[in-house]
Design a binder for this molecule. Structure first.
Ligand code: BEZ
Length: 211
């Protein structure tokens, strides 16, 4: 059974480019992004890890710890990191798990046998400080992920965890958000003093409340 939203993200111990880790200890009270790629020394994966390293300050600003995984061995990861740094003009500054025995891949359902019997697909999990799965995405080997979209979803997750709002299609930080239908108009006026725009009884907007 694959992991679903709201499930507890399983803990594991693993060998990584930053030494041995216990996943929960690594995360501490932070949010986490755990993402798999099919194989080292492959082009799309090289750009994905490069982009993640480039955005690492953005993840850190949001209190998110990043962790990559593939089933290749540690020595291969270490050699490949040099190539990523060189070609993507970055410093890979997050651990990459060497999941040779597929412990992590199996726990998180990262191998999709009808896509590949041996390699992990491009799975990505956002995990909250409560260790619950908040987002899952799965891309095929041929398509690199959009890590700005991952940041955008994290912004929405962190906002909606703290306020009774949700975010509309294509929302970007600073744009108006949607008031939860469970809040009455009277309570909305108190909770959202920046203003309430009623388009329909079930569709009400307010400026982003934490700005
Ligand atoms: C890539 O990263 O380019 C890639 C990896 C595995 C299969 C296909 C493409």
């Amino acid at each position: 059974m694959s992991l679903r939203l709201g499930d507890i993200a399983p803990n594991f111990k693993a060998k990584t480019t930053a030494g041995d880790i216990d996943f929960y200890d690594y995360l501490g009270n932070s949010w986490g992004v755990l993402f798999s790629h099919p194989a080292d020394f492959t082009p799309v994966c090289t750009t994905e890890l490069g982009k993640t390293a480039f955005l690492n300050n953005e993840f850190a600003k949001r209190n998110v710890k990043v962790l990559a995984v593939s089933v290749d061995p540690l020595d291969k990861h270490i050699g490949w990191v040099k190539d990523i740094n060189e070609t993507q003009n970055v410093e890979v500054n997050f651990p990459i798990i060497a999941d040779e025995d597929r412990t992590v891949a199996n726990l998180y359902g990262m191998i999709h046998p009808n896509a590949s019997e041996t390699f992990t697909v491009r799975s990505l999990f956002v995990i909250g400080p409560d260790k619950k799965v908040k987002l899952t995405i799965t891309y095929p080997a041929s398509t690199g992920r959009n890590f700005y979209e991952v940041l955008r979803v994290i912004d929405s997750l962190q906002l909606t965890a703290n306020f009774s709002v949700s975010t509309p299609a294509d929302w970007k930080p600073t744009e108006d958000v949607i008031i939860a239908p469970s809040i009455s108009n009277e309570d909305a006026a108190i909770k959202f003093p920046k203003g309430v725009k009623i388009v329909k009884p079930y569709l009400r907007y307010t400026p982003q409340p934490n700005l």
